[in-house]
Design a protein around this ligand. Structure first.
Ligand SMILES: C[S@@+](CC[C@H](N)C(=O)[O-])C[C@H]1O[C@@H](n2cnc3c(N)ncnc32)[C@H](O)[C@@H]1O
Length: 238
């Protein structure tokens, strides 16, 4: 429990500071552009219809805003939710700046407990969000809610870090990363395959990722696996 509280505190303070210091689409930062695969998966939907999108852990709108720009003219909308009030405040300001204010509905909430209206959404994104729930049971239950909340032919796009390790460059010491849910890649993949058993799997990809950072004045590397999983609800419902 202490580890969970500690990891959550660290996660929140990192993002609060980062969103304060970094503008949406600022070059040279991870906010510089939307995630390509998130927009690719959107383009698989029929954008001539009114498309309903849910962005879990939306941050300041790196994906929500470009999506809203693409779907608003046909009446589509995005529900963007995040744990941090500052993320949602900034997103509201950016939504106004990029003229998508009316197509984005926001909510400050924890994805772990966020209710999703059954059969409502065409596209649900969780980009760096599901590794921040309290455990594997919570992970399963959020995904189950996402599945229940999706219309026929709807798509999910999940991106997350697994097997997060912290490597001290000076000493060569490697310790487990401080993150709420540090799943083994294999466990994450097998859980996803099980939960999405009657969906069409569109992407399943796991690639190593290294991020160089300074922590307490020491050079460190965050080493993890970057998992991309996308699936389409191909079930026929009567
Ligand atoms: C790395 S950022 C990614 C933000 C956004 N998805 C993007 O791609 O730009 C992770 C975001 O998830 C949010 N977050 C972390 N845990 C969460 C939770 N349990 N429920 C909702 N949001 C959460 C953080 O506040 C942060 O804004």
């Amino acid at each position: 429990m202490k580890d969970l509280v500690q990891a959550r505190k660290k996660e929140m303070s990192y993002h609060e500071q980062f969103y304060r210091d970094t503008a949406l689409f600022e070059p040279g930062t991870w906010l510089s552009k939307p995630v390509e695969v998130v927009l690719d998966m959107l383009s698989r939907l029929d954008l001539n219809n009114e498309v309903r999108v849910l962005d879990l852990g939306c941050g300041v709108g790196r994906n929500s805003i470009p999506i809203a720009q693409k779907i608003q003219k046909t009446g589509g909308s995005v529900v963007s939710m995040d744990l941090l009030p500052i993320a949602i405040d900034k997103l509201r300001t950016y939504a106004e700046k990029y003229k998508v204010n009316e197509s984005i509905h926001t909510k400050v909430a924890d994805a772990e407990f966020y209710p999703i209206t059954p059969g409502h959404f065409d596209y649900i994104i969780a980009c760096s969000c599901l590794e921040h729930v309290s455990g594997i049971a919570a992970f399963r239950s959020v995904i189950q809610r996402m599945i229940n909340g999706t219309r026929n032919e709807g798509i999910h796009c999940i991106l997350m870090s697994t097997e997060v390790m912290e490597y001290q460059i000076e000493t060569g010491e490697e310790t487990e990363g401080e993150i709420e849910l540090n799943l083994k890649t294999e466990e994450a993949v097998s859980t996803l395959r099980e939960l999405y058993t009657d969906w069409e799997i569109l992407i399943q990809r796991a690639v190593p990722q290294t991020i160089h950072e300074k922590k307490y004045e020491k050079e460190i590397e965050f080493r993890s696996t970057w998992l991309t999983f996308a699936a389409r609800n191909a079930r026929k419902r009567f």
